[in-house]
Design a protein around this ligand. Structure first.
Ligand code: FAD
Length: 396
């Protein structure tokens, strides 16, 4: 029962043992009961033959007819700074809202954050829900979960999107749990099924080997996080206005267990990898940590940010926030220089949409060359210092 008490999203319950049922040793330690109970309403047990079942029709879906309406984008504000992915999602949300024929709304949560409202309109929101309260000054999972779940319950959006940032990855699962709905994390493509109007949420699965399109067919809202820099930034139209709804926050500081004692900012160079315009990225081809200095020198000359493959991170040469790829950061710089990186599919998933890719590898068959605009096949220990010298002459 201890977990039940401390679960921040009230997601757990401890059912009473039904009359006549006996606990096995495994069950005594917390496993499920050995009793065939009917499944809760709305939950269906799927069998193999269900895989060939016909597609559900719109009557199976708790859609518009039950008051779920509108596409919402959570505008992430962190100590006064808006995460750019929020604007990218307003651009994507616009397309979804136009396809469904509904409104596009921004949700802004924090304290003294009214100045973000005009920006949300400028990036395409027609309506903004504003939850402004001192308790929401610094991000914490519990109060932000409460704020999002409360307004979603009150205004019933059909779709809610948020960036797959540290905050989005933390708060959205808790919100989905509270709302008892589904969530697809780290989507790379979003669309609308023309027949059912379900949100099609596409993301890499099975280690990036397939793209899976996931539907949330029987519960609402439909929730998805999207990685920064995957969707295009929409144009900003200054002066555009819309409706503002001031949403209440009926909680006090005492309702939450986590307190912010001190704020220690992360090292800026690494923390903003997803916003870097030029990235010098290293892989295991570098051979040893001491050779990082060579890549760092190139990065310094170009004013670039240093990053790397998971191989380089696992070797202990770089930290995880410097990792590019499926299980790291998605980047979309103007120039991406890949040094001694093979180009595994999981790495490409995080950088293939960069504007211009330069790859240096001594294996002419390396997959990184398949996405490179410019490939240099040869020994990085000769090529990188030569490039650095040449850039110094031209830029210095
Ligand atoms: P390697 O594959 O070993 O490549 C080194 C390259 O350097 C080779 O192509 C070689 O030809 C070249 N080279 C060697 N010496 C020289 C030289 N002297 N000059 C020039 N070239 C040289 N990987 C990521 O990067 N990011 C992720 O987010 C990520 N997530 C993953 C998630 C999952 C679920 C899984 C299963 C894997 C993930 N991986 C990820 C790991 C990925 O599959 C690869 O193992 C990893 O990217 C390999 O790193 P690398 O390219 O640095 O090393």
């Amino acid at each position: 029962g201890h977990c039940v008490k401390v679960c921040p999203t009230d997601a757990l319950s401890l059912p009473q043992l039904p009359m006549g049922a006996k606990e096995t040793p495994a069950e005594k330690s917390g496993a499920a009961f050995d009793v065939q109970e009917p499944l809760p309403e709305g939950i269906k047990e799927y069998t193999d033959k269900d895989h060939t079942a016909p597609k559900p029709t719109s009557t199976d879906v708790q859609g518009d007819d039950q008051g779920w309406h509108g596409v919402w984008v959570i505008i992430e504000v962190n100590r006064g700074v808006v995460a750019p992915v929020s604007w990218e999602l307003l651009g994507e949300g616009r397309k979804l809202a136009d396809t469904i024929g509904c409104e596009l709304c921004g949700v802004i949560i924090g304290f003294e954050i009214e100045d973000v409202v005009p920006q949300a309109f400028a990036y395409g929101a027609e309506k903004v829900y504003l939850v402004d309260h001192p308790v929401l000054k610094d991000y914490r999972t519990e109060p932000y979960t409460a704020a999002m779940a409360d307004i979603a319950n009150q205004y019933r959006p059909e779709i809610i999107l948020m960036g797959a940032t540290s905050m989005g990855r933390d708060v959205f699962p808790a919100v989905a749990t509270k709302l008892q709905t589904g969530l697809t994390a780290d989507c790379t493509v979003l669309g609308i099924d023309s027949e059912t109007k379900n949100l099609q949420q596409t993301r890499p699965a099975f280690g990036g080997n397939i793209m899976a399109t996931i539907l949330c067919r029987t519960s609402r809202p439909q929730m998805a996080t999207v990685r920064p820099r995957v969707m295009e930034m929409p144009p900003k139209v200054e002066g555009r206005t819309g409706e503002i709804i001031i949403a209440p926050f009926n909680h006090g500081e005492d309702d939450f267990r986590t307190k912010v004692i001190e704020f220690i900012p992360a090292v800026a160079g690494n923390a903003f990898l997803d916003k870097a315009e030029i990235i010098v990225s290293v892989g295991l081809g570098l051979g040893a940590k001491r050779h990082l200095a060579m890549a760092q020198e190139l990065a310094d000359v170009l004013g670039a940010t240093l990053a790397g493959s998971r191989g380089a991170v696992e070797a202990g040469w770089l930290t995880h926030d410097q990792q590019v790829g499926q299980s790291g950061v998605t980047v979309r710089p103007k120039v991406y220089i890949a040094i001694g990186i093979s180009g595994a599919i999981q790495h490409l998933a995080g950088m293939a949409t960069s504007d211009f890719i330069i790859a240096i590898n001594n294996d002419p068959e390396a997959p990184i060359f398949s996405v490179a605009n410019f490939g240099i096949s040869g020994d990085l220990f000769q090529i990188v210092p030569a490039l650095t010298e040449e850039f110094k002459k031209r830029l210095g």
